[in-house]
Write a protein that binds this ligand. Structure first.
Ligand code: CAA
Length: 298
């Protein structure tokens, strides 16, 4: 189980493409799967742009070959090598040889369970099946497979190539071996690992999402303007983005679905999503990806 060389990533949105990029840059052969070919071509473009952005800033390291920072003359070769290791597909069978598969699809328990059931059937018995879910129970996702000891949460932060954290979530049956291999993989990607038990929202979203929700309540009840709420948290607490700007960056639909998981899973009224957050999502104002959220990006 420990010798991870091939990785499958399911879902080619912001998170899936960022995870695939990390894996390719760190020497793994990667299959990036999406049912939508347009999404795959958008992902390839964004991965290529991101790699070249990192290269041009001198941030790209190649830990797998024990090379540190590349010199300017090597940059094109590094990017080309990583892109060569990355293949796109819409055929799940292509993931059959993967040592680990990371799922980064829509935040729906039913959809994830169906996928894990299919992955369980087509991947080799030793493969680890990981989910990048931001809040859904790993134990319940694992129940859709015949290998719950090899199912684990591997939660990257957005944008995965930049953010230094991976939150690893152990389901009720996740084995120590699965945990250790997954942790080593995250560290190979240059990430710091934290470990959470399998409770709604885990660590980061358990704390971050109520803060974002509270910022919506502050806006909803007229405490302050959106700009002042964001400036308050940026300059007052040294956050890189204000909570409303961050909600637009993450996606208001994702924030809302996480609040709903917290509310249902922890059963406390304090996690009820703000009506303004619900209204924005209902109106299609889901953030940067749609050009409008709390702010207008048009
Ligand atoms: N690929 C490559 N490089 C990237 C990049 C990407 N996708 N995104 C940003 N960068 C690089 C830029 O090139 C830049 O490099 P330099 O510092 O060398 O100039 C650096 O990152 C900063 O980027 P920008 O100048 O464009 O913008 P910024 O300074 O505002 O930083 C940011 C952007 C890194 C996203 C920063 O605003 C930030 O850290 N925001 C908070 C993000 C955050 O909290 N993420 C977690 C969300 S919660 C989550 O993900 C969990 C969940 O389940 C919802």
């Amino acid at each position: 189980m420990g010798n991870i060389k091939k990785m499958g990533v399911v879902g080619s949105g912001q998170m899936g493409s960022g995870i695939a990029q990390l894996a390719a840059v760190h020497g793994l052969d990667v299959w990036l799967l999406d049912t939508d070919p347009d999404a795959l071509s958008r992902a390839t473009k964004s991965i290529s742009n991101s790699i070249h952005r990192l290269i041009s800033k001198g941030h790209l390291t190649k830990a797998s070959n024990n090379l540190s920072l590349y010199s300017f003359c090597c940059f094109p070769a590094v990017g080309a090598e990583a892109l060569r290791r990355l293949r796109c597909t819409s055929n799940l069978e292509d993931l059959s040889a993967a040592d680990v598969v990371i799922e980064a699809i829509v935040e729906s328990e039913d959809v994830k369970k169906k996928l894990f059931n299919e992955l369980d059937l087509i991947t080799k018995r030793s493969a680890i099946l990981a989910s990048n879910t931001s809040s859904i129970s790993i134990t319940r996702i694992a129940s859709a497979t015949t290998r719950p000891s090899q199912v684990i949460g591997m939660h990257f932060m957005n944008p995965p190539p930049i953010m230094k954290l991976v939150e690893i979530v152990r389901g009720a049956d996740t084995s120590d071996e699965t945990f250790n291999v997954t942790k080593a993989l995250a560290e190979r990607f240059g990430k710091t690992v934290i470990c959470s038990q399998d409770y709604s929202g885990f660590i980061v979203n358990r704390i971050l999402m109520p803060m974002i929700n509270e910022a919506f309540f502050a806006l909803y009840t007229g405490v302050a303007t959106k700009e002042d709420i964001d400036t308050g948290m940026k300059l007052g607490t040294n956050h890189p983005m204000g909570p409303l700007e961050l909600a637009d960056f993450i996606g208001l639909d994702i924030c809302l679905s996480i609040m709903r998981v917290l509310h249902a899973g922890l059963g406390d009224g304090k996690y009820a999503p703000c009506p303004l957050l619900i209204q924005y999502v209902d109106a299609g104002r889901v953030g940067r990806k749609r050009g409008i959220g709390v702010y207008n990006y048009a």
